[in-house]
Design a protein. Structure first.
Lengths: 110, 116
């Protein structure tokens, strides 16, 4: 069974710091990786996707992928209180739908 | 472009009643997914369709749950009879898949169901 693991948190960081969110996955054949942000009472919103090893930057967000270690992370630079949300890692393998982790709750303290 | 549309946004019903949730996927998307989210279990995939055909319904908890997709722009999730433990937020999501390979999914706003 394909699994995606995340620390549930809460992860608390001060405003302006770097928040680091981590995710591991079980299927070595996984090829696509996504980060969703979910505010309380709202639906998941896609914020980043990454497909190859290395880093991918988009504004204050950086996704990092290491397929050998089966590890994907999301860095948020200059964290803001508005970044406080639950972050869901999702992994795509073959012709099956996305497998989601249970999410990490991030709290940015002003 | 309109995103995924779900209705109703909130539903409060009594145990034993039938509940029907509705979803309109993003135009051009050919895969549709129904999820249930609770604090305890997180986001659970209930069923998904590809080109209007149900592909995997192994996540449907019981025979009380059923889903249909009569055409490319409409799907329903029905619970009959409903029970208090069905209380959750139900999300519909859609994606564009090519040759059976899925891409990123886009979620609707969800239906918050409360069964008393």
């Amino acid at each position: 069974q394909k699994e995606v693991e995340q620390n549930s948190g809460p992860l608390s960081v001060p405003e302006g710091a770097i928040a680091s969110l981590n995710c591991t996955y079980s299927d070595r054949g996984s090829q696509s990786f996504f980060w969703y942000r979910q505010y309380s009472g709202k639906s998941p919103e896609l914020i980043m996707s990454i497909y190859s090893n290395g880093d991918k930057e988009d504004g204050r967000f950086t996704a990092q992928l290491n397929k050998a270690s089966q590890y994907v992370s999301l860095l948020i630079r200059d964290s803001q209180p508005s970044d406080s949300a639950t972050y869901l890692c999702a992994v795509l393998s073959g012709n099956t739908p996305l497998v989601f982790g249970k999410g990490t709750r991030l709290s940015v303290i002003a | 472009d309109a995103g995924v549309i779900q209705s109703p946004r909130h539903e409060v019903t009594e145990m034993g009643q039938e509940v029907t949730l509705r979803c309109k996927p993003i135009s051009g998307h050919n895969s549709l997914f129904w999820y249930r989210q609770t604090m305890m279990r997180g986001l659970e995939l209930l069923i998904y369709f590809n080109n209007n055909v149900p592909i995997d319904d192994s996540g449907m908890p019981e025979d009380r749950f059923s889903a249909k997709m009569p055409n490319a722009s409409f799907s329903t999730l029905k619970i009959q009879p409903s029970e208090p433990r069905d209380s959750a937020v139900y999300f519909c999501a859609s994606s564009r898949s090519t040759s059976g390979i899925h891409n990123e999914q886009f979620f609707g706003p969800g239906t918050r169901l409360t069964v008393l």
